[in-house]
Design a protein around this ligand. Structure first.
Ligand code: KIV
Ligand code: ZN
Length: 498
């Protein structure tokens, strides 16, 4: 069965500290509910003293969530602890997370203090927090760079004062996996009362070591891991929840388990990425869009024969429908046919031969050929049949000293509609006309124009992402006229909403 590792999610506290990623209370509740579905054990909901908004979020999350422990962060300051206890008043299960810096840097240059005073403040804050709640976690900030002997003395003292969990943060992401693991092992071997508390890891990713350090901590005795969805967090981020969970799941030889429902991983990742407006890098482990994409002919052939040849995780396990075969100049007819079938196109052998030639020409120019490229290659007639909203005509007036104006005519379910609008450029004017036509509250989240080759007579490809009622819809089109391609891509996304 394996020993249980507790998942402490700090997406809504450490993750939310990223500039530009702030969420309002309603959005935080949505994330917290998804974290509950994901199966995290503890949700760090905020730092209540930091702002009325954070206080309120901790209150509302406490009301909205049933199962996970709700945790609130404080400094080793009495007022912080009182405010955190107040914010947690509705939580079914609650924890106060208090702490102070313990490295030489923090003691001397941040807190302008002494070892003795820091020790006293650590003990005092834990004791005070215990007067409000039974579950108190102590963080030894910058433990990664702290002297192990002093760290061990502080940890022993705070456990004696009533800490139930002791957090050993590598605040600056400085440690290497061996060093971090040794630090945890040192505490296991040198803190006499260590069996009275759970050791927690809290790693930052400044050297790209957060996941490795966390696992090294677990292997050496930590039983709680502090993580964020998509690894978001200050600077280079925190340890990524999905990476640690799936590493533990894949490596059954480690003999650990978590309570995470891994099939909720992708959904959680998308929700956090969308609400925090923080795109996930394509090659991000587990949740990047290329994490299950195979591009070389040899790998494609291997995966089509047996997925296990090149995949250590079944994409379904993390909530991804299937692995994808990325078409490149090294792909054969079979891979092309397979992909076209998935996209809903069936071609006669002769047609497929012709298409394959075009595909090879395109694949030679591009690194990979996407589904959208294939749709463009497959021909506008076939694409047309699939689009619920069709662009019938587009007339644009623009240029220097002219107010850009667009007249758009579309057909939807057999009827034709026309609208004219102006904007700050031809695409903006066209999109305004389309928005007036469809009368839906939509927000353009992403707009990307790419040229397939580099010539001025080139096909322009346009990708858009449109938000409607909290969901994201993707649209694509390709055309030699980029304004037409843009409007068609926008209509493609809107058609998916329709
Ligand atoms: O990185 C860190 O040290 C922290 C603590 C406040 C837990 O986020
Ligand atoms: Zn942190």
């Amino acid at each position: 069965m394996g020993e249980r590792i507790y998942i402490f999610d700090t997406t809504l506290r450490d993750g939310e500290q990223v500039p530009g990623c702030q969420l309002n209370t309603i959005e935080k509740i949505e994330v917290a509910r998804q974290l509950e579905k994901l199966g995290v054990d503890i949700i760090e909901a905020g730092f209540p003293i930091s702002s009325p908004g954070d206080f309120n979020s901790v209150v509302e999350i406490s009301k909205a969530v049933e199962n996970p422990v709700i945790c609130a962060l404080t400094r080793a300051v009495h007022k912080d602890i009182e405010v955190a206890a107040d914010a947690l008043k509705f939580a079914k299960r609650k924890r106060i997370h208090t702490g102070i810096g313990v490295s030489e840097y923090h003691i001397k240059h941040k807190l302008l203090s002494t070892h003795e005073k820091i020790m006293n403040r650590a003990i005092e804050s834990v004791k005070y927090a215990r007067t409000f709640v039974d579950d108190v976690e102590f963080y030894a900030e910058d433990a990664g760079r702290a002297d192990n002997e002093f760290l061990a003395r502080v940890i022993e003292a705070v456990i004696k004062a009533g800490a139930t969990v002791v957090n050993i943060p590598d605040t600056t992401g400085y440690c290497l996996p061996g060093q971090y693991g040794e630090k945890i092992a040192y505490l296991v071997n040198n803190v006499p009362n260590i069996d009275k508390a759970i050791i927690s890891t809290h790693c930052h990713n400044d050297l790209g070591m957060a996941t490795a350090n966390t696992l090294s901590g677990v292997i050496n005795g930590a039983r709680q891991v502090e993580v964020t969805v998509n690894g978001i967090g200050e600077r280079a981020g925190n340890t990524s929840l999905e990476e640690v969970v799936m590493a533990i799941k894949c490596h059954q030889d480690l003999d650990f388990v978590t309570g995470i429902d891994s099939q909720q991983i992708m959904k959680s990742s998308k929700l956090v990425s969308t609400l925090m407006r923080m795109p996930v890098q394509p090659n991000k482990a587990i949740v990047g869009r290329n994490a299950f994409a195979h591009s070389s002919g040899i790998h494609q052939d291997g995966v089509l024969k047996n997925r296990l040849n090149y995949e250590i995780i079944d994409p379904a396990e993390v909530g991804v429908k299937e692995s994808s075969i990325v078409l490149t100049a090294r792909s054969g007819r079979a891979a092309l046919k397979h992909r076209l079938q998935i996209l809903g196109y069936a071609f006669e052998a002769r047609e497929l031969d012709e298409l394959y030639e075009k595909f090879l020409t395109l694949a030679d120019m591009k690194k990979d050929v996407s589904d959208e490229d294939l749709e463009a290659l497959a021909g506008s007639e076939k694409v047309k049949g699939k689009r619920p909203i069709e662009l019938i005509s587009l007339q644009v007036v623009c240029g220097k000293s002219t107010i850009p104006t667009a007249t758009v005519q579309i057909s939807f379910k057999g009827d034709t509609f026309t609208e004219t609008a102006s904007g700050n450029g031809p695409i903006d004017a066209s999109f305004s006309a389309v928005k007036n036509l469809v009368k839906r509250r939509v927000r353009l989240e992403e707009f990307l124009i790419q040229a397939i080759t580099r010539g001025s007579d080139d096909l322009g490809k346009v990708h858009v992402q449109v938000e409607h009622k909290g969901s994201i819809y993707y649209g694509f089109s390709a055309h030699t006229d980029i304004i037409t391609a843009s409007v068609e891509a926008f209509l493609d996304a809107l058609g998916k909403i329709a």
